[in-house]
Design a binder for this molecule. Structure first.
Ligand code: ADP
Ligand code: MG
Length: 319
């Protein structure tokens, strides 16, 4: 017999909590934040066909649902504490639930982020997570702090998730191992939480790249009332991307989407601290350009020549 709603919650989503005072099972969860901190809160919803393909393994989907939320905490320099999970499921499929819960909770454990509640209902597959983190009062990394003269940086590599999507769409063909590696980037992004924490007090602004580098960087520029030049040949890319035609490399790194890397600014005199933060967080960080007082976003190549900017950013209501 299929599990009922409450059995399902008990079996897959109820765990003892240690940081929170009260977890799953009552009308509200309860947890306290440390003195002198602010609560950082963010929600991200994943809809089948929109944010993930039906072919994704349940374990990877569980990972990604939490990863994209943790990525927002990372971009604020907040330390994860807890999360809630609102789920609409077409049916009770225990193979799906077991894999999903495993991927979700493994990433949660890795970041000591506790599942403290949620909601479960029948309906088209839809996953909505809200994460709670904490950050010392006044120290959150914001989109609004970039200043002319700052260097611009990106973590990890950009464009792999987009390459995987294009393989699924049938517009790109990659050899088996190359496809597996970009597919892993698309399906199991690694939220840069440690980097975000290490950049507190060093970066002047930060954002996580979910809709494409240029689109997300534009949010920093608008909020900070500045412009920028991005060096397109300096953008960090994987060995898989580096052998694609140059036009495709540019499209995927500049406007790929689903990267979940951090893009941030810092004054040149803090460059050593940026490198130190990257080392402590064990992630690659690359300087990709600079912040300028002149509004707008300019692209240049290795030789300093202007590259035309005709790249779009993902918008759910415009595509
Ligand atoms: P209520 O009717 O008061 O909203 P529910 O019956 O929906 O409560 O949920 C019972 C308990 O199970 C609550 O503590 C709720 O937070 C938790 N819960 C429900 N769905 C999930 C889920 N998918 N993951 C984690 N906890 C859940
Ligand atoms: Mg409810």
């Amino acid at each position: 017999m299929a599990l009922g709603e409450f059995d399902l919650i008990a079996k897959y989503f109820t765990r003892s909590v240690t940081r929170a005072a009260l977890g799953v099972g009552d009308d509200c969860a309860l947890f306290a934040t440390s003195p002198g901190t602010q609560l950082a809160v963010s929600s991200d919803m994943l809809v089948e066909g929109r944010h993930f393909l039906p072919t994704v393994a349940p374990q990877r989907l569980g990972h990604k649902a939490l990863a994209v939320n943790l990525s927002d905490l990372a971009a604020c320099g907040a330390k994860p504490i807890a999360f809630t999970l609102a789920l609409a499921l077409p049916r009770v499929d225990e193979t799906f639930l077991a894999g999903f819960a495993q991927g979700l909770l493994a990433l949660a454990d890795q970041h000591e982020c506790e599942l403290i509640g949620g909601d479960t209902t029948q309906g088209p597959l839809n996953l909505c997570i809200t994460v709670f983190g904490e950050v010392p009062t006044g120290q959150a990394l914001l989109r609004s702090g970039a200043r002319a003269g700052d260097d611009l940086y990106a973590s990890g590599t950009l464009g792999d998730a987009r390459a995987a999507l294009e393989v699924f769409r049938g517009t790109l063909s990659l050899a088996g191992p190359a496809f597996e590696s970009v597919r892993l980037a698309m399906e199991t992004p690694q939220p840069r939480v440690a980097l975000g924490l290490a950049l507190r007090g060093v970066a002047t602004s930060a954002i996580d790249v979910s809709d494409g580098l240029l689109g997300d960087l534009a949010h920093i520029l608008r909020r900070s009332n500045v412009g920028a030049t991005v060096e397109v040949d300096a953008l960090p890319r994987s060995t898989v991307l580096a052998v694609l035609p140059i036009a495709q490399q540019r499209e995927f790194t500049l406007a790929g989407g689903d990267d979940y890397e951090l893009v941030f600014s810092a004054p040149p005199e803090r460059a050593a601290e940026v490198r130190d933060a990257a080392r402590r967080a064990n992630v690659q960080v690359t300087r990709i350009g600079c912040i300028e007082s002149v509004a707008g976003l300019r692209l240049v190549d290795q030789a300093g020549r202007t590259v035309s900017n005709s790249y779009g950013s993902f918008d759910h209501f415009k595509t």
